[in-house]
Design a protein around this ligand. Structure first.
Ligand SMILES: [Mg+2]
Length: 120
């Protein structure tokens, strides 16, 4: 995988939207709702699959194409939201990972799927 060029993607999305005069519909509220819808479309692709089927969906070309399209839709809306709110996606993700490191110390959370407030 190549390094992600967030600014390039955001610029391309902005151009796509401007060419169609769709920015009027892209309030942060609407973008957030669209993100939720696209997330549900991804979930729908996995609905009723077994764990094994879900983990190997990339081996079934037709299904995998659909997954990739929904992943792209989700990320596109997420980046539009970040653009509108001037959120640096790399910075906030790195900050969040650091917070989670503190919430989930390795010695207390190793191999456990326990929520941080119930770790011993
Ligand atoms: Mg979609």
């Amino acid at each position: 995988m190549k390094d992600l060029n967030v600014k390039k993607i955001q610029h391309t999305l902005e151009e796509f939207v401007k060419e169609r005069n769709w920015d009027q519909f892209h309030s942060v509220k609407n973008l957030t709702m669209a993100l939720s819808v696209e997330s549900s479309e991804l979930v729908e692709l996995f609905q009723w699959l077994t764990t094994e089927q879900s983990n190997t969906i990339n081996e079934r070309e037709e299904d995998f194409i659909k997954v990739k399209e929904e992943v792209a839709d989700i990320f596109a809306y997420l980046l539009r939201i970040c653009d509108k709110l001037d959120i640096d996606i790399e910075e906030v993700i790195m900050d969040k990972i650091q917070k989670n490191r503190e919430k989930y110390p390795i010695d207390k959370s190793y191999g456990l799927a326990t929520k941080y407030n119930q770790l011993k």
